[in-house]
Write a protein that binds this ligand. Structure first.
Ligand SMILES: Cc1cc2nc3c(=O)[nH]c(=O)nc-3n(C[C@H](O)[C@H](O)[C@H](O)COP(=O)(O)O)c2cc1C
Length: 206
């Protein structure tokens, strides 16, 4: 049985293209592979910015944590457990000011946890601990970042790939929805191109 985790993070609500296509992939995979689908919508229920209670609580012994620390670490544990339980993770991210939304950044700040999701080898090399999972990453952006002049300013897809890889999630397939701000025709073409990518992903997974 396949456990699928869908994580969405577009602050644009139902208009979010990353949410739309990530949801299509997750639901399509469920139909094809069977199993379960858990959705974590980071905009309906956003994790807070990490703060002292979380940083301090993470290194304190569980029995020594203050109630505030226990609450902060408890949320991180819940988010990590969801990722750990998943065989497949579908992540939707819409570009906000050249990077992912702050909701998605906050999620990564909770799940990127030394000793839990990453460690270091004896030689000091970072080692991701969440291995053996497949990730589909849907990134949406108004501009075009896969190539051309703006590729150097894509602090979304490359950054997210890096963060995923850092915690062991190295098998990542990217679907890009891009170039939606250049008028209705360009937006239509961008959506059509994303639909083709989503179909290919689902056909491959079947
Ligand atoms: C507050 C805000 C900031 C944005 N910043 C950028 C940006 O820096 N670069 C860009 O190409 N598009 C930017 N956009 C356009 C979005 O990336 C685009 O609408 C994309 O589809 C958002 O993903 P979503 O559809 O999943 O919400 C921005 C949109 C909003 C609302």
């Amino acid at each position: 049985m396949t456990s699928i985790l869908l994580v969405t993070s577009s602050p644009r609500g139902p208009e979010g293209l990353s949410t739309r296509f990530a949801t299509e992939i997750a639901e399509g995979l469920k139909v094809r592979l069977g199993g379960t689908l858990l959705t974590r919508d980071l905009t309906v229920n956003p994790p807070p910015h990490i703060a002292q209670a979380y940083i301090g609580g993470r290194v304190a012994a569980p029995e020594a944590r203050t109630p505030e620390q226990a609450k902060a670490v408890g949320l991180a544990q819940e988010l990590v457990d969801e990722v750990k339980a998943a065989d497949v993770i579908v992540l939707g991210s819409g570009m906000i000011n050249f990077g992912p939304s702050s909701q998605l950044k906050a999620w990564f700040d909770h799940i990127t946890w030394p000793g839990v999701t990453f460690g270091y080898s004896a030689a000091g090399k970072p080692q991701g601990l969440l291995t053996g999972k497949k990730v589909y990453l849907v990134t949406a952006a108004g501009g075009v970042f896969s190539e051309g002049d703006w590729a150097a300013f894509d602090f979304q897809t490359g950054y997210l790939r890096h963060l995923l890889g850092f915690i062991g999630l190295t098998d990542v397939e990217v679907v890009r929805v891009e170039g939606t701000v250049f008028g209705p025709e360009a937006a239509k073409a961008a959506i059509a191109a994303a639909e083709v990518q989503v179909r290919a992903v689902l056909e491959q997974a079947a």
